[in-house]
Design a protein around this ligand. Structure first.
Ligand SMILES: Cc1cc2nc3c(=O)[nH]c(=O)nc-3n(C[C@H](O)[C@H](O)[C@H](O)COP(=O)(O)OP(=O)(O)OC[C@H]3O[C@@H](n4cnc5c(N)ncnc54)[C@H](O)[C@@H]3O)c2cc1C
Length: 811
């Protein structure tokens, strides 16, 4: 018996190693055969145990014979697969197939190839983009008074619109050949973030033409004629675009739009032609009230088969000039906090020629594909840029405010209760900045990662919302009272906008990230589905057999990797050998655990996983945490200041890896099959949940770093915030206050000490300063600096007050 247990341990250990290394079945068979022969000829091998092991071995070895596998195993499993595989509609398929897979695919493998991420180019702006950020972008910021825009005029001044069009802010993604600026995704993100730090109202409007608007659709799908006539006009701002998909009865489920286009004969510019009669009712459309080129999505039907055999084409996109008869625009919604141009578009029996369809009649029915394909790049840039702007702005103002504001005889930044939320702001801002920068560079090289775009959209807007809440709490009453001096309220109030648009967040988390990721990024699921759907039965079985057995090997490998790495990370490699080495290894570990959990969840829950949103949301969160953690490491490797940014890296890695761990734990807690959950727990957490979140001390440290004049703070806000030193810029004022604080706080302490010693007297700070100057305790220069600091601190601490008459005049 002892000998049998010994050999069983040898066999299990060997299997664990072979699975860990993903060794081919043939080689596994030979190695196991050798061990069994050795066991069989050992003197104390008991016949019954020997037979049992040989029987198991023969079962495994038979899998090497394709006929046995196909006829007795794969064919039966194929039948089961057909019954449990979730039904995927044509539109879901288009969404799943949209875009491509990048680093997200590696995270699904359990053994990510870090080269894929590391060969992403280092973040870099072109000379032209840098000049634009320092030139037109600063000039534009200086022109805008956001208080007047948001509380008096509910609009931007005409000269701002003119400047925006003239300088190309609406055409940053249009190629140079059509007159656009042709900026990189990182360039667009930085411009949007910077103007957003001055005017979130304007930034929301600039987002549309530079993401999923008519220009993007035209560039990819337009006919040559459409491109040549429309793109140059969009580049100069002669045409202002919008894109209308949403209506009162189709929000998150945009495929359910009731708006119709019927192909029929009608009169256009005095001639009878075949065209489309449209009836539609759209709402929430950004730029609609001022747009002159309206992008429209509708369902196209051809009941009389005037253009082909098809009667029901499906979602189609067209571009309509504003003055098209029967279409009404102009009515506005007022988005919360930032009243950018947004409104309704309606149309009754609007007749348009076929060549208004983007791509012409050939693209009839191609609308959903267009939208899902183009959404990925825009969604990963435009909304995350808004989030980055909110995050960087909060860092730029909140640290200095917490220094300048004193209570109980000291700056509130000296209290741990304040430093903790400050630390969270710093860490979260670093996550947004680093993930957006890395993702933008990937998109710049031609990647169109649809799952990553959903991760970026969801997580950056959620993080920005949390940041704005912490920033408000630290500011106390200063954040609550409205007026020109309140620089926080607009970001706080408008946070739900980013949460809602381009895929509302609850749906994005519950349905899209994992729902799409499991199909799109998983190395075998899509291939298996394609094999199941193959009409030729022999071909179907052939393909299924191959992918299914590869899939089993992959799952076993991940089970082994997850278990071994859960005990020790010694056998996994990190591409770097520095303070961050362990984080890479931890990501490798969780990648294997996530891949295993995904496979088993899909196996156990089958089609019902789609409805079990609480499970798929958490699985999506694990993937997201791994993505955000790895892109932060990549950013640190590329641009990070090895000293100043390291505390931020430690905080973000610990936070994200801990979140990944806790989401796997919660998934297992709520797993419908408890026995499977226990087995999975043993494989995923063999040593328990041993990844800790950052210590309180680490959070306080980074909080302190952004409340002082440090490189850490400078690095975080260096780009993407309007920092020009001019009198109306509160960021410049905050920077100045922080600089003076570093000089004046020690002086202030000196004055208080001198007062305690009886060397000077005075009730107010000014009196103390004057006396100290007279006594020679401080120099004239120091006295001036103290006076300057007192004035600037006064300005920062003050809030607005109004007479009733002034309030009446506001609106
Ligand atoms: C300021 C603003 C600007 C916009 N600009 C444009 C534009 O330019 N063009 C355009 O076409 N549209 C635009 N939209 C529309 C926007 O894309 C939609 O608001 C969004 O798709 C959500 O639709 P809804 O608001 O109707 O919410 P609903 O669809 O009613 O959703 C309500 C809630 O249910 C959740 N939910 C829905 N389905 C699921 C599910 N399966 N699982 C879990 N939760 C779910 C959502 O996450 C949300 O929390 C804009 C919206 C806003 C607010």
């Amino acid at each position: 018996m002892i000998s049998f247990i010994f050999w069983l341990i040898i066999l299990s250990g060997t299997l664990l190693v072979l699975a860990y290394k993903s060794v081919e079945l043939k080689i596994v068979t030979i190695i196991l055969w050798s061990i069994l022969v050795a066991y069989s000829i050992s003197s104390d091998a008991v016949i019954i145990y020997k037979s049992l092991l040989w029987l198991l071995f023969l079962g495994l070895a038979s899998l090497n014979i394709p006929e046995i596998r196909r006829n007795y195993i794969s064919s039966r499993i194929l039948k089961i697969y057909k019954s449990i595989l979730p039904k995927i509609s044509a539109t879901e398929k288009e969404a799943i197939n949209a875009g491509n897979v990048w680093w997200d695919g590696e995270l699904f493998t359990g053994e990510p190839n870090w080269d894929v991420l590391r060969k992403n180019p280092r973040p870099n702006l072109s000379a032209e983009e840098k000049a634009f950020l320092e030139g037109p972008c600063n000039d534009l910021c200086e022109m805008i008074d956001e208080w007047t825009v948001a509380h008096k005029d509910y609009d931007l001044p005409t000269e701002v619109y003119d400047f925006v069009k003239q300088k190309g802010f609406f055409s940053m993604i249009i190629p140079k050949e059509y007159g656009g600026l042709d900026f990189s995704p990182l360039g667009v993100a930085m411009v949007m973030s910077k103007i957003g730090s001055r005017s979130p109202t304007l930034s929301a409007m600039v987002g549309v033409p530079n993401s999923l608007g008519p220009a993007e659709l035209l560039m990819h799908y337009g006919t040559d004629q459409q491109k040549e006539t429309l793109l140059p006009k969009l580049a100069t701002g002669e045409l202002v675009p919008c894109f209308a998909l949403t209506g009162p009865y189709a929000g998150s489920d945009a495929t359910s739009i009731p708006d119709t286009g019927i192909i029929c004969k009608g009169e256009f510019e005095g001639k009878e032609i075949i065209g489309v009669k449209l009836n539609f009712n759209k709402r929430y459309i950004t730029l609609a009230p001022i747009a002159t080129l309206i992008g429209l999505a509708f369902k196209l039907y051809d009941p009389d088969q005037l253009i082909g055999e098809t009667k029901d084409y499906g979602i189609t996109c067209a571009l309509l000039p504003k003055e098209t008869p029967g279409m009404e625009t102009g009515r506005r919604h007022l988005p919360i906090g930032i009243p950018f141009q947004n409104g309704t578009i309606t149309g009754t029996d609007v007749f348009i020629p076929l060549d208004y369809i983007i791509g012409g009649a050939e693209q009839a029915g191609g609308g959903w594909k267009m939208l899902t394909e183009c959404l990925s790049a825009g969604r990963a840039i435009s909304l995350p840029s808004g989030a980055m702007c909110g995050a960087k702005s909060a860092v730029a103002v909140t640290g200095p405010y917490a220094r300048v504001r004193e209570q109980f005889g000291m700056p509130i930044a000296e209290f741990e209760g304040i430093l903790e939320p400050l630390g969270r702001i710093a860490g979260r801002a670093f996550i947004i900045n680093s993930s957006l920068t890395t993702t933008a560079m990937a998109i710049g090289t031609g990647e169109k990662p649809s799952v990553i775009s959903a991760i970026m959209k969801y997580h950056t807007t959620e993080l920005a919302r949390k940041i704005s809440i912490d920033a408000m709490d630290i500011h106390g009453g200063k954040g609550v009272m409205l007026g020109p001096k309140n620089y926080l309220a607009a970001g706080y109030e408008s946070a739900p906008i980013g949460i809602t648009v381009e895929g509302a967040n609850i749906m994005t988390r519950s349905l899209i990230i994992f729902g799409q990721g499991a199909f799109r990024c998983h190395p075998y699921v899509l291939k298996e589905i394609q094999a199941v759907e193959e009409e030729d039965l022999d071909e179907s079985l052939d393909q299924f057999d191959q992918h299914f057995f590869d899939h089993i090997g992959y799952t076993l490998s991940n089970a082994s990797r997850s278990f071994v790495r859960g005990i020790t990370n010694r056998f996994t490699d990190s591409p770097v050998l520095d303070e961050t080495e362990n984080y890479y290894k931890e990501i490798n570990r969780f990648s294997a655990a996530f891949a295993l959990l995904t496979d088993v969840s899909m196996l156990v829950l089958g089609g019902t996983l789609k409805r079990k949103e609480t499970i798929s949301a958490r699985l999506g969160d694990v993937l997201s945490s791994l993505y955000l953690a790895s892109t932060s490491l990549k950013y640190y490797e590329d641009l990070g200041d090895k000293e100043a940014d390291l505390p931020l890296v430690h905080w973000t890695q610990k936070t994200l890896l801990h979140e990944a761990q806790e989401n796997m734990h919660e998934t297992l807690m709520n797993f419908p099959n408890k026995i499977v959950a226990i087995l999975l727990r043993c494989l995923i957490f063999p040593m328990g949940r041993n990844v800790s979140q950052p210590s309180i001390e680490e959070t306080l440290t980074i909080g302190k770093l952004i409340s002082r004049k440090t490189k850490t703070r400078d690095n975080l806000i260096m780009q993407g915030v309007y920092l020009k030193d001019e009198p109306t810029n509160h960021y410049a004022q905050m920077n100045k206050a922080l600089e003076l604080y570093e000089i004046c706080y020690p002086l202030k302490k000196e004055l208080i000490k001198s007062k305690k010693k009886g060397l000077i007297s005075g009730n107010t700070f000014n009196e103390l300063t004057e006396n100290a100057l007279q006594q020679g305790i401080i120099s004239e220069n120091q006295s001036d600096q103290l006076a300057e600091y007192a004035a600037i601190a006064d300005e920062i601490i003050n809030v607005d007050d109004f007479s009733q008459k002034e309030i009446d005049q506001i609106r």
